[in-house]
Write a protein that binds this ligand. Sequence first.
Ligand code: UDP
Length: 242
Amino acid sequence: MSLKQAEILGVNVNSLTMVQAVEKVQQFIDERKNALVATANAEMLMRATQDEELKHILNNADLVVPDGAGTVWAANYLGVEMPERVAGYDLAQELMREAPGRGDRIYFFGSAPGVAESAREKAMELYPGIKIVGTRNGFFSEADEPEIIAEIKAARPDILLAALGVPKQEKWLYKYRQALQVPVAIGVGGTLDVMAGVMQRAPLWMQKAKLEWLFRGLKQPSRAGRLLALPKFVMKVMASKK
Ligand code: UDP
């Protein structure tokens, strides 16, 4: 299956549905590919315009899904049809839902101490029979990295969900992808926080009205500055249209 791509502010984002994204990730697992999957929202794409390393990583990732209404809008505006939003949180849930039937092993890496463990309990409740083969919090120094890599390798996950925040998770996964020997690694931002109940997702009506970004900005006032990322993104995309 070859996928269409939209080039948004210099980053190639795949155009696909949630069902196709799940299929693609499962194909990576079956091929044991060491694949890197990124979930690109407007904030990440804006960041990539100022961070060459992040841009390079995204353009060399095996799959970049359109996470967020802003990304879907930009692709459509630039003339590449994007069927729907594929949010990182939702993609992770779909993969976990199908994991017990397929026997996929999953590792939770990231977030504050205790969060990955609570997220594991939640996953076991939601997806009976799921194999969460390891957890590790996302606060560490460089000296801890060899041990973390060894731990992940020894747990032999099929899917590594890394919740270290953008761009740390993308940079970390890219740097260590050979060493980790994991078929699929996905940067999932706040997913473990949401699963553990530390952070809330926007109510469904707000997600449907494409207002999740607004909910986040209001919920985390310290990050209200991030709200500006969306209008800035829209203007930049408009200016980039040839
Ligand atoms: N995080 C982490 N290590 C760090 C910084 C952040 O594990 O050094 C975790 C943080 O606890 C949170 C997740 O990364 O669970 C996402 O953080 P943030 O909301 O900053 O991510 P973004 O919105 O940039 O994806």
